[in-house]
Write a protein that binds this ligand. Structure first.
Ligand SMILES: [Zn+2]
Ligand SMILES: [Zn+2]
Length: 301
């Protein structure tokens, strides 16, 4: 699947990228965050690039919330870029970072919850966006509903509470009250009573608070995505020396070992640059490799 484009960037400027050192070494970038993501994102960028990252506290909730009061419009990547620009505007900088997560059923395996975290580095001086992502099923995202006084021991174990914080709201009927960041049995109990009292079915909906500071399993995923971004940003384009050289697409199709028809297996990666048209194809399998007849559309339709 090709990488999404980050949306209109304006003009990519013709920059002469320095070759004697990384262009971001000694520079500083601003991370737009309301939920204390700085310790997750800054260290890999400092380590790989020598880029200094500080945080600006902007209300990124206007771009969509996990708890759904404000729906997200546009892709996760577009939202991340918009977030980064909010921070850049607030801090008056041309180099900005932001993270956006998508947590929900895996489109391919809907019984599994997947967390995909994107981290972007927006360089409005050069007119480029460098981004990378990490996705995993290793995320705590539990949901249940309960009446006041119901036994929640199994849910509390599944939800890894109170290490992971909770959100409580009415299960049906009114949207509010929504209580977030619940971190104790006592506040959980009172929130359930409060929400159940106004719900049309008398039940409270209880779910994992997926905001980064409330969800330690998500923090690990954001940190992995930031590591990937740092590695990608450290790699320079062999054509124009811009930062951000890395895989942008995968070529599928390996000839079936029985009949030669192409089967849906990855053959090569395409590497690309965020600033110029340079691309390179890097094989993932040797030229003589053959595909599995078990997934061949001709041999096993
Ligand atoms: Zn075949
Ligand atoms: Zn280039």
């Amino acid at each position: 699947m090709p990488r999404e484009a980050p949306g209109p960037q304006g003009e990519i400027k013709r920059i002469r990228w320095p070759t004697e050192h990384h262009p971001y070494t000694g520079q500083s970038a601003v991370l737009a965050t309301k939920h204390a993501k700085l310790p997750l994102i800054a260290p890999p960028l400092a380590c790989a690039l020598g880029l200094d990252v500080d945080a600006v506290d902007v209300d990124t909730d206007t771009l969509g919330t996990f708890s759904g009061e404000i729906p997200r419009t546009g892709s996760a990547l577009e939202t991340a870029v918009r977030k980064a620009r909010l921070g850049m505007k607030a801090a008056g900088r041309e180099l900005g970072l932001a993270n956006e997560g998508s947590i929900g059923p895996d489109p391919a395996m809907p019984l599994l919850t997947v967390d995909r975290e994107i981290v972007v580095l927006v360089d409005d001086n050069a007119g480029i966006v460098i981004w990378d992502a990490y996705a995993t099923y290793d995320i705590v995202a539990a949901t249940t509903s309960a009446r006041p006084g119901e036994d929640l021991r199994q849910f509390i174990t599944d939800a890894d509470f109170p290490a992971h914080l909770l959100i409580v709201r009415p299960n049906s009927g009114p949207v509010y009250p929504i209580r977030k960041g619940i971190d104790s049995r006592a506040s959980l109990k009172s929130a359930i009573a409060e929400a159940a009292a106004v719900a049309t079915d008398g039940r409270a909906r209880i779910e994992t608070d997926l905001r980064a500071h409330a969800c330690p399993s998500r923090q690990l995923v954001i940190a992995r995505a930031a590591e990937r971004l740092a590695q990608r940003a450290a790699a320079r384009c062999p054509g124009c020396a811009a930062p951000g050289w890395g895989p942008v697409d995968v070529l599928m199709g390996v000839p079936c070992s029985w009949c030669g028809t192409d089967v849906e297996q990855p053959r090569a990666e395409i590497y690309g640059c965020p600033a110029c048209d340079r691309q390179e194809i890097r094989p993932l399998v040797p030229p003589e490799a053959t595909g599995d007849p078990g997934i061949c559309p001709a041999c096993n339709p």
